[in-house]
Design a protein. Structure first.
Length: 172
C-alpha cells in the first residue's frame, strides 16, 4: 500500500545544513514581480532546488512580509537573496560575475526549453512581471531567451509555475 511519508521519513536537511550545502549554480532574477505570493513561491521553489540565490528587482517585494512568508513557508530564512533598485543593476552585476543571462520569455528566436542546451557557466534566469513579462531592455541584454512550450489557448504560465518548470527541466 502507498502510504504518505512523514516529515521524518522525508529526511530533509535543516536550515543550518542547507546554508552549508553546495548549491546549484543558478540565480533566479525576479524582474518587477508584483505578487508577494509569487515571490514567496519563488523562495520555496529555490529552496527545493538548492538554488544559489534570488535577486529581487524593482517593485518586487522583499522579506520580511507576511504575504511572502505565507507561500515561502520559511524559505526566506534559507535561500540567499539580494535586492536591486532595477533589474538592469542586477544584470550588470551578473555579467561582471560572468553569469550566462537567460530571460524566460516568448520572443522571436527564443529557444524552446526542451531544446535549450545547458551551459557550463553559472546561469541567471530572469522571470518577468505578471502582466508585461521580462522588460525588453533586459531581453536585449540577455545571452538567450528560453520559452516554455505551450499547447493550449493561454499564452503564458503564472511566474511561479514557470519557475518550477524551468528549474525542473534544467536540473533533471
Amino acid at each position: 500500500m502507498n502510504e504518505k511519508l512523514s516529515m521524518d521519513d522525508l529526511g530533509r536537511i535543516d536550515s543550518v545544513e542547507f546554508k552549508n550545502t553546495k548549491k546549484n549554480k543558478i540565480i533566479i532574477v525576479l524582474d518587477n514581480v508584483r505578487s508577494l505570493n509569487n515571490v514567496g513561491s519563488a523562495f520555496r521553489t529555490a529552496d527545493a532546488f538548492l538554488i544559489e540565490s534570488i535577486y529581487l528587482c524593482g517593485v518586487t517585494g522583499a522579506p520580511p512580509k507576511p504575504e511572502i512568508e505565507k507561500t515561502a513557508l520559511g524559505a526566506t530564512q534559507t535561500v540567499s537573496w539580494k535586492y536591486f533598485n532595477t533589474t538592469q543593476d542586477a544584470v550588470k552585476e551578473l555579467k561582471e560575475l560572468n553569469y550566462f543571462i537567460a530571460s524566460v520569455e516568448q520572443v522571436k528566436n527564443s529557444v524552446m526549453l526542451n531544446q535549450f542546451h545547458k551551459t557550463d557557466k553559472r546561469i541567471a534566469l530572469i522571470f518577468g512581471n505578471e502582466v508585461y513579462g521580462v522588460d525588453q531592455e533586459i531581453i536585449n541584454q540577455s545571452d538567450a531567451c528560453i520559452e516554455i512550450p505551450q499547447y493550449g489557448t493561454k499564452h503564458s504560465f503564472n511566474v511561479s509555475v514557470s519557475l518550477g518548470i524551468v528549474l525542473w527541466e534544467l536540473l533533471r
